[in-house]
Design a protein around this ligand. Structure first.
Ligand code: AMP
Length: 195
């Protein structure tokens, strides 16, 4: 199995690159942001609680997203592997993910981090907000809040995987194709070592 953590701040291109990776490597895409938005759409209790935090650009509690990932892992025991997109976002989530995967004798293969300067993220997210319909992409203060949340709570997760020798940082500014081929270079090297 290839279990990839696709990492980076909001607007780094994780969703775009996930779509390309899934197609080429037949992995299951797990985006906690997408899962939370489905809960909101469905009007579930969980969605209702998450919404007020998401509308403020604040992370939802660890146990909420860990529970969602646990359910998805259970539902896809036959998968070739997973792309974790927007998860783990705290060190506690990263620890929980290692524990969950260990239950299936699995582990994270690597973290690929897309590196993009803050000002570029702001420009990209405001542009995305024109068509995404996401309220959290349409307000500059809210975007800055999300970037701050990332820098304070999420950025330390990179260190967690660096210590496990699984961290690969790549330049997230450039053409979608060039960034995709940089990701493929890392995945292909890993695929050879597992097969
Ligand atoms: P995203 O679509 O990944 O940008 O996530 C949108 C929002 O959902 C974030 O600003 C958070 O409020 C929430 N969220 C998504 N994933 C997580 C996570 N792993 N941990 C905590 N909150 C999350």
């Amino acid at each position: 199995m290839i279990n990839l953590v696709l990492f980076g701040p909001p607007g780094a291109g994780k969703g775009t690159q996930s779509a390309n990776i899934i197609e080429k490597y037949q992995l299951v895409h797990l985006s906690t942001g997408d899962l939370l938005r489905s809960e909101i759409k469905a009007g579930s209790e969980l969605g209702l609680k998450a919404r007020s935090l998401m509308d403020q650009g604040i992370l939802v509690p660890d146990e909420v997203v860990i529970g969602m990932i646990e359910n998805k892992l259970k539902a896809h025991t036959d998968a070739n592997g997973f792309i974790f997109d927007g998860f783990p976002r705290t060190v506690a989530q990263a620890v929980a993910l290692d524990e969950l995967l260990a239950q299936y004798d699995e582990k994270i293969s690597m973290m690929v981090a897309l590196q993009v300067p803050d000002e570029e993220l702001l420009t990209r997210l405001l542009e995305r907000g024109k068509s995404s319909g996401r309220a959290d992409d349409q307000n500059e203060d809210l975007i800055r809040r999300r970037i701050e949340e990332y820098n304070s709570k999420t950025a330390p997760v990179a260190e967690f995987y660096r210590k496990q020798d699984k961290y690969y940082g790549i330049n997230g500014v450039g053409s979608i194709e060039d960034i995709f081929s940089a990701i493929c270079g890392i995945l292909d090297k890993e695929a050879k070592t597992v097969s």
